[in-house]
Design a protein around this ligand. Structure first.
Ligand code: ATP
Length: 618
């Protein structure tokens, strides 16, 4: 398949589950265990927990209210009553430190929360959908980043008074672009991963895809970033207060710092204690961020631990679907109501000069239940673009420039439509239409076990219990010829071979009892020794389940071996179609004859072809 099409490639039914629930919990507990084993992480957590507890318990453990002043005892040295001494107004330093911790920590949390609330969702949406939202967000982010932060904060202070909360909300807004950019780049890096396309094909809504696949990618960097941002917020807030811009009526570490500085020559410890508390907190936050990063880094170890947690008991169960499919298969084949009907389809891409380059032109064919239609043609002939039109997975830039597509009598592309009807197709993909891709490995999410990726869509689409779906998955794995289904079920994609991964995807493709399977060169990425097995498997399953299959291939040998009917494509056009037997016996077009000749003469199919007699479509 062409490079461009690969971006739109999608996989069969397997949908990796949300990184929540059992697996998510296991991963989280593993990360926590690793954090506890890291001495720096442990120290950081101990410091932060102690500081938070002391601050939270200030009303209980502080000997005085933060603003209680004993004018008779100013700038006093530490004694039994005032263990850290008193300040210039006779207030207890220890009590103010505790109450100050409350305000300082809460304001840091507020700042991070505001920044996350703005930056995270906008980064997710911009990264996932791109387009206008991303353009507008980028524009706003650039404006925010070009603002001189300190001057904005000073202006806000002048306008709204010395409120620590308002300052921190403003700082949260100013700092939100860092979350936006972090999230957007993380999302962009996985947006076009085939397992994300696979989830789309399997019928997951965009919201679920973002929650399950995309958010899991940004979660770790966001946590690390938050630790750093909280530290920066404390430093900025204290910096402003140190400059005398804080609310003197409130005890915060910054206000204490400012007051301590005024008396630095008389009582240097007044400056030391708030500075020490701040340094300890900020240092602990930085250490914690690093420790979390280290804990998350070794993903493989985490995965292996997760794997051990999966202890399943499995047994085979009957596939009632098979019988149901057989019945269905007999109903509609050969009638005018086709499972898929493509009529005069045209697909094009707008060019820089304003013209549209057609890559599929006036293509018509149909597929019925219980039959295999082969779409054959040389590389670039438009096979995949046709298949992706049916799946609704054309790139955003593609335009339908003519014709229509009906699935089971309903238009997914109606005459006059410029785009595929995604609302309608999202209800079909993964449920009634499934897909077997050409690159099995890239279509399985490396972060989840094969079993999980098989079970989740069945639970969603078929509405069955997890236990039942597990049984079905085991049966499916054994149906597709996997010798040790238990082991494969518990394995991660990197632990199985390409041929086995393709069998897994085939199992996924049939798991939700589809009516149509679109297989796009399903053996291309496989070793020759397993190609025949996989093709035979598709044929056996198609026969027993009675589904319709569209098989995209450039190999006429595969067509001859497997298909009932064939559509031959060249340069985006359908040059010939009909029952395979007729076309094999009596190919009318020279192009078809050449394709056949390359097969019959035992040459490697499709390495050399005569040039088209027609002009390329444009
Ligand atoms: N995103 C895109 N933008 C512009 N042109 C594209 C895009 N995707 C595909 N094309 C063009 O569409 C034409 C048909 O591509 P398609 O992938 O359908 O061919 P194919 O027959 O499946 O080939 P292969 O067997 O190599 O996959 C090619 O000329 C390709 O360059």
């Amino acid at each position: 398949m062409s490079d461009s099409v690969e971006t739109a490639a999608a996989a069969a039914a397997p949908v990796p589950p949300a990184p929540t629930g059992q697996s998510g919990t296991v991963v989280r507990s593993t990360v926590l265990r690793r954090l506890f084993r890291n001495p720096l992480g442990l120290i950081a957590m101990a410091i932060l927990t102690t500081i938070t507890l002391l601050a939270a318990l200030a009303p209980v453990i502080a000997p005085f209210q933060e603003n209680f002043a004993n004018i008779a005892k100013t700038l006093a040295a530490p004694d039994a009553v005032n263990i850290l001494g008193t300040d210039s107004a006779g207030r207890d330093v220890w009590s103010r430190l505790l109450y100050g911790g409350q305000l300082t920590l809460l304001s840091a949390v507020l700042c991070a929360a505001v920044a996350i609330a703005i930056g995270l969702p906008s980064g997710l949406i911009a990264g996932y959908y791109a387009g206008k939202f991303e353009a507008v967000s980028n524009w706003m982010v650039s404006i925010l980043m070009s603002l001189p932060g300190l001057i904005v904060l000073l202006t806000i202070r002048a306008a709204f008074g010395p409120s620590v909360w308002i300052s921190m909300i403003a700082f949260g807004i100013l700092i939100s672009p860092s979350y936006f950019r972090l999230t957007r780049s993380a999302v962009q890096s996985v947006r076009n991963e085939l397992y994300v396309d696979a989830a789309r094909v399997s019928g997951l809504s965009d919201r679920s895809i973002i929650a399950r696949h995309i958010f899991s990618v940004v979660r770790a960097p966001i946590i690390i970033q938050t630790a750093a941002i909280a530290g920066v917020a404390i430093a900025i807030q204290s910096g402003l207060e140190f400059l005398g811009l804080g609310d003197p009526a409130k005890a915060t570490w910054g206000v204490m710092l400012s007051e301590g500085f005024k008396n630095v020559y008389l009582t240097p410890t007044l400056l030391f204690w708030p500075a020490f508390a701040m340094a300890l907190t900020i240092g602990a936050l930085v250490l914690l961020g690093n420790a979390i990063r280290d804990a998350l880094e070794d993903a493989d170890k985490i995965k292996h631990r997760r794997k051990k947690m999966h202890d399943a008991e499995h047994a085979a169960s009957a596939s009632a679907a098979k019988a149901a499919r057989k019945t269905l298969a007999a109903v509609e084949a050969g009638t005018e109501h086709h499972l898929v009907k493509v009529t005069n389809l045209g697909v094009g891409y707008p060019q820089a000069d304003g013209s549209i380059k057609k890559v599929v032109d006036d293509v018509s064919f149909h597929v019925d239940r219980g039959e295999i239609l082969g779409i054959v043609g040389e590389s670039g002939s438009g096979k995949s673009q046709t298949a992706f039109s049916i799946l609704g997975l054309l790139p955003d830039t593609a335009r339908i420039v003519g014709g229509a597509i009906q699935f089971d009598g309903n238009y997914t592309v109606a005459p006059g439509d410029e785009k595929v009807n995604q609302d309608r197709l999202s209800k079909l993909r993964g449920k009634r239409i499934s897909y077997i891709p050409q690159e099995p490995m890239s279509n399985l999410d490396p972060a989840f076990t094969i079993g999980y990726q098989l079970v989740t869509p069945m639970v969603r689409v078929l509405g069955i219990s997890k236990a039942e779906a597990t049984k079905r998955a085991m049966k499916l794995l054994s149906d597709v010829g996997i010798v040790n289904p238990e082991r494969t079920f518990k394995a991660y994609p990197h632990e199985v071979s390409g041929g086995m991964a393709q069998r897994v995807l085939i199992a996924g493709a049939i798991s939700c009892e589809p009516d149509l399977i679109i297989a796009d060169e399903p053996t291309t990425a496989l070793d020759v020794t397993v190609q025949a097995d996989v093709l035979e498997l598709i044929r056996d399953l198609q026969r027993s389940l009675g589904v319709g299959v569209i098989l995209v291939t450039h190999n006429f040998g595969v067509v001859a071996d497997l298909c009932d009917r064939v559509a031959v494509m060249q340069n985006g056009r359908l040059v010939e179609d009909g029952p395979v037997r007729d076309i094999l016996r009596n190919p009318k077009q020279k192009y078809t004859q050449t394709l056949l000749a390359s097969m019959l003469e035992g040459k490697t199919p499709m390495t050399m072809l005569v040039s088209s007699e027609k002009e390329p479509v444009a």
